[in-house]
Ligand binder design. Structure first.
Ligand code: ADP
Ligand code: MG
Length: 464
């Protein structure tokens, strides 16, 4: 394997494991050789060898295979590095690579667990299974739909269209479906690839005058999964081909599963006839995670790390703290936890709140969610079905004054605004009025369970 292949693979690893993991664990790896199907890397310390091998070897292998490297195993040899890092020329160049992903070679990647070896699909991540998917309110519908499709049987909705923000589990669910279908019936031809790969396949077939083969392959699968379909928006001839492939498969009653970062109707630059085709099946979205789901994911991941590293200790409240403070996507959550573990095992300390804050300062800062007083007023008005103008206006009847106090209470607890600043945003009220309102709600919270529930609900929607 050439060094520039490893350079390219590194670039993909950067995207798949994130910048921090990349800098800590991937960047220091040196590829020594690929011999008899074994890719040998040297690493500076045995701790690193251990950690990388446990946590990243599968990912590295997947990407090596995808780049056509003749590797079926990876090995890490401890070898103190003389030069600190790889030469600059070998370091991946994010921009250039993103603009022009290397077209796949004519030879198909050797994905060993693919039953239909001739399919031009992307490798599946072995960790993305239904067993490893934590179900909560925000993703229960998507999960149920995915399960249903994975069961096989007659095709009831076509396509299944999954959409949602980044890092919410779309790719995970798609891989889970593919694993499940293949496990149940290895003879089925399941083709999973990203829309980007679809496009490169298509362009390559055009260039090599192999359109007949291309069409034949794509029309002969039993299940077609195309990830991140928004990628082909604005790419006219790719869309055209996608549309024909899609129709041909639907006509044969073959299951199609598509994902995107937004609803079909909202993908700009996508032809209308494709939009309406995509809307014909079942369209389900993955909502942003809520506190419970985040905590569930953290607990599951922490369990599996602890199984590997029993010596690691967790203080109470750390996972809750993370679930509360990191309100972005699951990928960020996973990255944070992994870094925490790595750090804790390096310094040999129990993972407590101090260590967490120290180690994750940048992530915590980046995901600080800034709720505004205006947002609070809007949500609270909606919740109690009063007008926003009344929330800020002079009326003092209970049915309006109470929601106003709830909003003041939340503004005090969820923003960094001072009492006078909050007062100003409530139609120029005095800070003592705000203080009184906050106090009143604090009292009621203990005695009135309806108010307590309302507060909990509102806080959650505002944090989501
Ligand atoms: P997307 O494709 O929507 O951007 P991914 O499917 O790549 O997101 O998910 C990002 C990461 O978060 C993956 O490592 C995935 O395993 C993990 N993840 C997302 N949702 C869940 C979940 N509900 N349970 C467990 N892991 C999850
Ligand atoms: Mg994805």
């Amino acid at each position: 394997m050439k060094n520039d292949t490893w350079g390219r693979v590194k670039q993909q690893l950067l995207e798949s494991v994130g910048r921090n993991n990349y800098a800590n664990w991937i960047e220091p790896l040196e590829l020594k050789k690929v011999d008899n199907g074994v890719a040998v890397f040297s690493v500076p310390t045995s701790f690193m060898a251990n950690w990388v091998s446990r946590n990243f070897s599968e990912t590295i292998l997947i990407h090596l295979k995808a780049a056509n490297a003749p590797a079926s195993r990876v090995e890490f040899k401890v070898e103190p590095h003389k030069t600190p890092a790889a030469p600059a020329s070998e370091a991946p160049a994010p921009k250039a690579e993103a603009a022009a992903p290397a077209p796949q070679k004519a030879v198909e990647p050797q994905v060993q667990d693919t039953p239909a070896e001739d399919l031009p699909g992307a490798p599946l991540d072995p960790r993305f299974t239904f067993d490893n998917f934590v179900v909560g309110k925000p993703n229960e519908l998507a999960h149920a739909a995915a399960r249903r499709v994975a069961e096989g049987g007659p095709v009831t909705f076509n396509p299944l269209f999954l959409y949602g923000g980044v890092g919410l589990g779309k790719t995970h669910l798609m891989h889970a479906i593919a694993h499940e279908i293949r496990d149940r019936d290895p003879s089925l031809r399941v083709l999973y690839l990203s829309a980007e790969q679809f496009m490169y396949r298509f362009v390559q077939a055009l260039r090599d005058r192999q359109m007949i083969d291309f069409k034949q392959i794509f029309r002969s699968v039993d299940v077609l999964m195309v990830d991140d379909v928004q990628f082909i928006a604005g790419k006219d001839s790719t869309q055209e081909e996608f549309f024909h492939t899609f129709n041909a498969l639907v006509d044969q009653n073959k299951q199609i599963i598509i994902s995107a970062d937004r609803a079909p109707g909202e993908i700009q630059g996508l032809e209308d006839r494709i939009k309406s085709r995509l809307q014909c099946g079942l369209v389900v979205d993955l909502h942003p995670t809520d506190y419970e789901l985040r905590l569930g994911v953290l607990q599951t991941k922490a369990e599996s790390y602890r199984a590997q590293y029993p010596e690691l200790k967790f203080a109470d409240g750390v996972l809750e703290f993370l679930a509360h403070r990191i309100s972005t996507n699951v990928r960020v959550l996973e990255g944070a936890l992994m870094r925490l573990f790595a750090f804790a095992s390096l310094v040999g300390r129990e993972i407590d709140l101090d260590l967490t804050q120290e180690c994750l300062a940048d992530i915590l800062k980046a995901s600080e969610r800034k709720v505004t007083v205006e947002e609070i007023q809007r949500k609270v008005s909606e919740h109690y079905a009063i007008r926003l103008s009344d929330m800020i206006g002079p009326k003092r009847v209970r049915s309006i004054a109470r929601p106003r106090q709830v909003a003041m209470y939340l503004a005090k607890h969820m923003t960094t605004r001072s009492l006078p600043e909050i007062g100003r945003r409530f139609g120029g009220r005095d800070h003592t009025t705000v203080m009184h309102g906050v106090k009143r709600i604090e009292e009621l919270k203990g005695t009135d369970s309806q108010i307590a529930d309302d507060l909990e609900m509102l806080r959650r929607t505002l944090e989501a």
